[in-house]
Design a protein around this ligand. Structure first.
Ligand SMILES: NC(=O)C1=CN([C@@H]2O[C@H](COP(=O)(O)OP(=O)(O)OC[C@H]3O[C@@H](n4cnc5c(N)ncnc54)[C@H](O)[C@@H]3O)[C@@H](O)[C@H]2O)C=CC1
Ligand SMILES: O=C([O-])CC(=O)C(=O)O
Length: 308
């Protein structure tokens, strides 16, 4: 199993590290445009192998796509992150050109690959890759909902005073400060609806904290987060590589599901060796449907800025 990660920055390196530590891939190629940077990150990570007990071979390359040839899975993290006070959408001007270029280079050398798009604004970048890379729709996946759901569970556990392993929940919709749809109605503590334990007011606070999860960290860190994003990407890579058939909310090209077409937005999918093997349609209530519709309007507004 060969995995390429483009962008050896904060998220790319964290993602490569988690993939290696989980020890399911034979090879991870890190590629960056900055001379020597990916080589340095790869060497540093390889020097953790004997300490962390993995056999995955990590190599770094400067913009040499021939080294990525025949990758089973490619992750795109290249581009700029936001700074405090910015929205993800403001990154489109620089990141669209990078993502388009990178995905076309990847597909040239790995025509059978599955691409996971991470760069922001992620739903629009996933849409761009769908429109330009020429891959079937099951092989382009946007990572956002897996991370947002992990943050939702963190906030739920905090509100419940429970361990995170006790709670379950999912965030669908767009990966943006206003577009996320945390499904509070379906969140549970050991199968019991969380509404049994916390007030509606507290649950609304959990929802709002979840939606601005990325912005909160950006304010604290001065740049956006990387540990949970890297872990979320590695979970998707593992589900595909190990054919786990696990369900994650991912940004997926819809064709009638949730009453939408020609848009990439977060919805639950089953991930296996073929990438997106199924889109799961949930029975949403009227409020959730309205929230999802509003979220899609935001994503479409950003998509309209693309030249595709
Ligand atoms: N979808 C999600 O849930 C998340 C998305 N992100 C996004 O991921 C992206 C990366 O974030 P960080 O790793 O924090 O940024 P970073 O600045 O640490 O790393 C980005 C790397 O991309 C490289 N790069 C730029 N242009 C390139 C090109 N044409 N080819 C190859 N490499 C190139 C840079 O040299 C840099 O090393 C940002 O757009 C950020 O907004 C970050 C966290 C979560
Ligand atoms: O907040 C950001 O800009 C990066 C990101 O998408 C996240 O951490 O959710």
């Amino acid at each position: 199993m060969k995995v390429t990660v483009v962008g050896a920055g904060a998220v790319g390196a964290s993602c490569a590290e988690y993939i290696a530590i989980k020890n399911f891939a034979s090879e991870v190629v890190l590629l960056d445009i900055k001379e020597g940077f990916a080589e340095g990150k790869a060497m540093d990570l390889m020097q953790t192998a004997s300490l962390n007990g993995f056999d995955t071979k990590i190599t770094g390359v400067t913009n040499d796509y021939s080294k990525t040839a025949d990758s089973d899975i490619c992750v795109i993290t290249s581009g700029i992150p936001r700074k405090p006070g910015m929205t993800r959408e403001e990154l489109i001007g620089i990141n669209a050109g990078i993502v388009k270029d990178v995905s076309s280079n990847l597909v040239k050398h790995s025509p059978n690959t599955i691409i996971i798009v991470v760069s922001n604004p992620m739903d629009t970048m996933a849409y761009l890759v769908h429109k330009t890379a020429g891959l079937p729709k099951n092989r382009v996946i946007g990572m956002g909902g897996a991370l947002d759901s992990a943050r939702f569970k963190y906030r739920l556990a905090e509100a419940l005073g429970a361990p995170i392993s006790d709670v379950d929940g999912m965030v669908i919709g767009g990966h943006s400060d206003t577009g996320m749809v945390p499904l509070t109605r379906l969140a549970t503590r050991n199968s019991v609806p969380v509404t049994k334990f916390i007030s509606e007011e507290r649950l609304n606070q959990v929802m709002e904290d979840t939606k601005v999860g990325g912005a909160t960290l950006t304010k604290l860190l001065g740049t956006s987060a990387w540990y949970a994003p890297g872990a979320a990407v590695s979970a998707l890579v593992q589900a595909i590589a190990c054919d786990q058939k696990k369900m994650f909310p991912c940004s997926v090209m819809l064709d009638g599901e949730y009453g939408m077409k020609d848009i990439c937005i977060g919805a639950p999918v089953i991930l296996g060796r073929n990438g997106i093997e199924k889109i799961v349609e949930l029975e949403l209530n009227d409020a959730e449907k309205a929230h999802m519709k509003e979220s899609a309007e935001g994503v479409r507004k950003t998509n309209d800025l693309l030249e595709v």
